[in-house]
Each structure stands twice: as structure tokens, then as C-alpha cells.
Design a protein around this ligand. Structure first.
Ligand code: C5P
Length: 309
């Protein structure tokens, strides 16, 4: 006997996977009138994920599962809760969902974990409520939630301008292999930007635009070329606030990484390697160096927030 296909209204829960990001280039410009910095950045989505399940409930609630749970708020200051409120308001519903966040992205690591959760929640609520919002509408809601949320929706590799939310896809050949050294404690993004402003005051010349060579390297698929072009204007500020990161970067360079960089506002450090064998060797070297709490491998680019169940 065959069973009828479930009706659309039978959907009771949706699970979405959203990726972390690394900035291959992070150029920071002037402070804008809204207080944000003008950015010119190249994001790449990588295969470290948070998984978000959204279910119908009698009230809005957030549950965190996995590493770093104690450091993630479960009230409406959680970006995922704010995403549910924002999309509910857009479609004229009450945000009465239970959001379960399974953390796979380091918390407060400069890898857009909170933004990934917000992007995933938008996609999950849209699927749960079957509101079928256009990607441009989701993008608009994402912009108001945070500078990195639109990229977490899009994924892949993209140039971000404005405050990082105006996105243009970048052509990339092949897959890049990354190793991430996760620090014992996080860094606050506003604090790193604040330190950047203090340092910038002393040295006001900046070129915020990614180099042509970076774009050409991505097009060629040559990891060695890309490694030489990695750049982060926030790195010096992150190192001032957390000087021990210098040892982490040096440990990766000494172990033959093709490129070593602080991820976004830090403190996670990213290392580019040629392939899987080199990634395995670098994980072992960094784990043995005693300069970080844990080490992860990942590949990029990968797609943005997507429904998996
Ligand atoms: O947009 P988001 O909430 O992720 O930004 C967190 C903080 O990072 C902002 O409050 C601001 O201090 C800083 N920021 C900035 N300029 C940007 C992005 C973030 O100054 N373009």
C-alpha cells in the first residue's frame, strides 16, 4: 500500500547547515557615518558548519549544543533569535519557534559563527513556514542582522564591499585546503576594530582593494599563489590584543604553510596548504606546538546556508 505524500502543512521541523568563512583579503577603510568601517574583502566559505534546526513551538527559544555552549547566549541577543524575529515580522507571523544550534564553528573565533546561525535561521524559517521568499528578500533581511550574514547565505567565494554586505561572486578554480588553529579564548570584534582605529590613527595610509594578483590566483587554482596574497588589515590589531597569536602564526609558517593569516577579527588563525597530506601534517605540527587550543581541517569554497533535512 502506498502512503500519500505529506501535505505542505506537515512540515514540523527544518534543519539547515551554514558554513564558516575566512577572509582571504580584508581591507578596512574609513569609518562611515553609521559607525561601520568601509570594507573591501574577499570571503571564502569553508567546510566547518553550524547546524540549525527550527521547529514550531509555543514561544521563541534557543538551545545550544556542542563546543562553546556556555559562551553563546540563548536569549534574544542571540543573532539566530533576532533572525527569527526579523523574518517573522517580514512575513507577518509570530516568531514562535524553537531554534537548536549545533556548533561546529569556533565561537567568537572571527569565522562568522553567529552570522552563519542567523543565515541558517532565515533559510530554515522560510522553509518551515513555506513563505518562499526570494533570495534578494532574504539578503535584505540579512543585511540588517549583521555585516557577514549576507555572505553566509550566499557562500562560495565573493568580494564584499560596503560594510561587507554588497557581494559579487569571484571566479575560483579548484578546492583549497585549510587548517585552522583555534585559540583558548575569543576576541570581541568591536574591540579589534577599536584597536585598529587607534593603530590607524598613527599610520593613516591604506589600500583597501584586493590585489589583482589575488583574483588571478583564485582563477588559476594555484594554492601557492593564493597563499602569498592572503592579507588582513585587522591582523595587527588582533595581535596587539592577543600577542600569543604570533607564536601560532609562526608555528604554521615553520611547518610550511603556503599562507598564514588571522581569520577576520580573530583570534582563529588560518593556514593554507597544498592538499590533504599537507593538511594532515600541519594539523599534527600545530597540535604539538602548544600554541592553540584545538586544530581543524576544512576545504573551501562550499555553498552557503542550505536545507539538509
Ligand atoms: O555587523 P556586525 O554586527 O557583524 O559587526 C560587529 C561589529 O564589528 C560592529 O559593531 C563594529 O564594531 C564592527 N564592524 C565595523 N565595520 C564593519 C563590520 C563590523 O566596524 N564593516
Amino acid at each position: 500500500m502506498t502512503h500519500p505524500a505529506p501535505l505542505a502543512s506537515d512540515v514540523v521541523s527544518v534543519t539547515v547547515r551554514a558554513p564558516a568563512k575566512v577572509n582571504l583579503h580584508l581591507g578596512v577603510g574609513r569609518v562611515r557615518d553609521d559607525g561601520f568601517h568601509a570594507l573591501s574583502t574577499v570571503f571564502q566559505a569553508i567546510s566547518l558548519y553550524d547546524e540549525i534546526t527550527v521547529e514550531e513551538a509555543s514561544q521563541l527559544g534557543v538551545v545550544i549544543v556542542g563546543e562553546g555552549v556556555d559562551d553563546v547566549p540563548t536569549d534574544t541577543s542571540n543573532l539566530a533569535a533576532r533572525a527569527a524575529i526579523a523574518i517573522a515580522s517580514h512575513v507577518g507571523r509570530e516568531p514562535v519557534v524553537r531554534i537548536t544550534i549545533r556548533k561546529g564553528i569556533p565561537v567568537a573565533g572571527g569565522m562568522a559563527g553567529g552570522s552563519a546561525d542567523a543565515a541558517a535561521t532565515l533559510v530554515a524559517c522560510d522553509a518551515l513556514w513555506q513563505t518562499g521568499l526570494d533570495s534578494s528578500v532574504l539578503h535584505g533581511i540579512a543585511v540588517d542582522l549583521g555585516s557577514d550574514v549576507p555572505f553566509c547565505l550566499l557562500g562560495g567565494t565573493a568580494l564584499g564591499t560596503g560594510r561587507g554586505e554588497q557581494l559579487t561572486r569571484v571566479l575560483v578554480r579548484g578546492t583549497y585546503h585549510w587548517v585552522f588553529a583555534v585559540a583558548d579564548t575569543g576576541l570581541s570584534t568591536p574591540a579589534v576594530y577599536g584597536e585598529f582605529d587607534r593603530l590607524r590613527h598613527a599610520e593613516p595610509t591604506i589600500d583597501v582593494v584586493p590585489s589583482r594578483e589575488l583574483i588571478a590566483a583564485l582563477r588559476s587554482g594555484d594554492a601557492g599563489r593564493l597563499g602569498a596574497q592572503l592579507h588582513n588589515d585587522l591582523q595587527q590589531a588582533a595581535l596587539r590584543l592577543k600577542p600569543a597569536l604570533r607564536q601560532t602564526l609562526d608555528a604554521g609558517r615553520d611547518a610550511h604553510a603556503l599562507g598564514a593569516i588571522v581569520c577576520g577579527s580573530g583570534p582563529t588563525c588560518a593556514f593554507l596548504v597544498e592538499g590533504e597530506p599537507e593538511a594532515v601534517a600541519l594539523v599534527a605540527a600545530l597540535a604539538g606546538s602548544g600554541t592553540c587550543r584545538t586544530v581543524r581541517r576544512a576545504q573551501g569554497p562550499v555553498p552557503g546556508a542550505r536545507v539538509i533535512v
